[in-house]
Design a protein around this ligand. Structure first.
Ligand code: SAM
Length: 282
């Protein structure tokens, strides 16, 4: 019979599965079995995981907006006892609560350690077939068109694969925005990772947008954009196509600005062309 694990006081950040419960690591199970209290996002979600593992521990709801008293209570506990932090799924602090708790514990000289494990970000990146030597995680893409466009324009300049969390109802709009703002880049959509209906598709943003408009996606989603491609001087047909697509969604000044930046062409010339296209439109 192995000796039960005895842990020193402190904070133990524990990654949990993103779908497949078999992805819980041996060490994570041992640590959850040895801590005194588990701080979690949702006690029902963590309660189910604990029941699956055959463990029972006091659970305390925690998020980074928790009042200071709740955080101070956990910090006081960590001075004397081992405390775990988990999120509903994956690695805590990755688009999940925990950052403020870790900072507060470190500021108090409390030992903090992190147990590596599943994260949708890394799982998607390894599955997408896009370059992995340099990547940038953008967290959740905003739902509003303007904010999403601003983020894509800002991060689109970075020479790296971009990784975002997104949701099913927004996916097709995200892909449309990527078609305009990140033209020519390879896009991947990774869905339901580690679960029964796991899927990863790679293609152009326009192809994927058409696919997901036809087949509205369910479940959890990561969207990735490969690094920027070397600019090729666009021909008049490509410019018109990009302008028409952008004009369908945006006011003329924003459409010409976006397309000019995306294709590296003169904005004023593009504006004149946009006026012509509008005049030609039936
Ligand atoms: N901390 C988690 C991690 O390490 O991946 C992420 C938490 S964040 C609140 C939840 C988002 O992660 C989902 O909306 C989805 O974008 C992504 N995600 C989580 N599980 C996933 C899965 N199994 N497949 C695809 N994406 C997933």
């Amino acid at each position: 019979m192995p000796e039960p694990l005895v842990l020193a006081p402190g904070l133990y950040i524990v990654a949990t599965p993103i779908g497949n419960l078999g992805d819980m690591t041996r060490r994570a199970i041992d640590v959850l079995g040895a801590v005194t209290v588990i701080a979690c996002e949702d006690t029902r979600v963590t309660g189910k995981l604990m029941a699956h593992l055959g463990l029972k521990k006091p659970l305390r709801r925690y998020d980074d907006h928790a009042d200071v008293a709740a955080r101070d209570g956990l910090i006081a506990l960590m001075r004397a006892e081992p405390v775990a932090l988990v999120s509903d799924a994956g690695t805590p602090l990755i688009s999940d609560p925990g950052y403020r708790l870790v900072r507060a514990a470190q500021a108090e000289g409390i030992a903090v350690t992190s147990l590596p494990g599943p994260s949708a970000l890394i799982t998607a990146l390894t599955l997408a077939g896009l370059p992995t030597d340099r990547f940038l995680f953008g967290g959740f893409l905003p739902g509003k068109d303007k904010a999403r466009g601003d983020m894509l324009r800002e991060l689109g300049a970075v020479p790296a694969t971009l990784v975002f969390y997104d949701t099913g109802p927004r996916l097709a709009d995200t892909l449309d925005a990527m078609a305009t703002i990140l033209p020519g880049r390879e896009i991947a959509v990774a869905r339901e990772l580690t679960k029964m209906f796991e899927e990863c598709r790679r293609g152009s943003a326009a192809e994927l947008a058409a696919h997901y408009r036809e087949h509205p996606p369910r479940g959890e989603i990561v969207v990735l954009a490969g690094p920027p491609v070397a600019p090729v001087a666009p021909d008049a047909e490509a410019i018109d196509a990009a302008l028409r697509a952008a004009l369908e969604r945006l006011p003329m000044s924003q459409a010409t600005k976006d397309v000019a930046r995306a294709l590296g062409v003169d904005r004023h010339a593009l504006y004149r062309r946009a006026l012509e296209l509008q005049a030609e439109a039936p």
